[in-house]
Write a protein that binds this ligand. Structure first.
Ligand SMILES: *[C@@H]1O[C@H](CO)[C@@H](O)[C@H](O)[C@H]1NC(C)=O
Length: 198
């Protein structure tokens, strides 16, 4: 009885492992190489699982290119900042806010707008990088993406404080923390791309 149970377990384990194997073999070769590259590269960021989940869908385009990875991370960061901005407008209408919250929200939306500008300028330079301007362009990009991260932190700080009600603070914090983490990851991937040419 017991050995029969063990056999069934073994059979089940074999079935699971062979279907996992088939699953990975069925994926296009480029996608698999790309996902491994993304997983490894994301390991060097501050938020590896967020990094991987936000970039793995771009695996077949990225392949094993640090440049395309940095490019995709920047693009995800811009999209996230834009979407966050839209969500914040929506939030600001769905909560009844105190004057202090209204003012923090207005500042935050302005900072998010600056974030989107800086990230978009970084993307424009990323698209122009060539062998002769690499150092110059990367230095601009690193400066602007760091500044974008500072804007996001500043927005966050506007919502810290005991005088502020929990509802708006919690809703804003979750969204801003997400965009700040995605941007921090993009900066890490940009820095590691930059260091390849150092
Ligand atoms: C590199 O790009 C710059 C513009 O950013 C351009 O002026 C320059 O001619 C390009 N150099 C090469 C080698 O393509």
């Amino acid at each position: 009885m017991e050995s029969h149970f063990r056999m069934s377990l073994l059979a089940a384990a074999l079935l699971i492992s062979s279907s996992l194997h088939l699953g990975s073999a069925a994926r296009p070769a480029g996608g698999t190489a790309g996902t491994e590259f993304i997983r490894t590269s994301c390991g060097a960021t501050a938020y590896p699982s967020l990094c991987y989940s936000s970039l793995s869908s771009h695996a077949s385009a990225i392949q094993r290119s640090p440049k395309l990875l940095a490019h995709a991370a920047l693009s995800v960061s811009i999209d996230t900042a834009r979407a966050t901005s839209t969500d914040m407008y929506r939030l600001s209408r769905s909560f009844r806010m105190t004057p202090r919250e209204v003012s923090a929200m207005r500042d935050c939306l302005e900072e998010l707008g600056d974030t989107v500008d800086r990230l978009s300028r970084s993307m424009a330079e990323m698209n122009q990088i060539n062998g002769s301007n690499f150092g110059l362009m990367m230095s601009d990009i690193q400066t602007w993406v760091s500044a974008a991260l500072t804007d996001e932190d500043t927005c966050m700080e506007g919502f810290v404080g005991n005088a502020m009600a929990g509802g708006v603070k919690t809703a804003v914090r979750g969204k801003i923390v997400n965009v700040a983490h995605v941007t921090s990851n993009a900066l890490a991937l940009i820095n590691s791309y930059a260091s390849l040419h150092g």
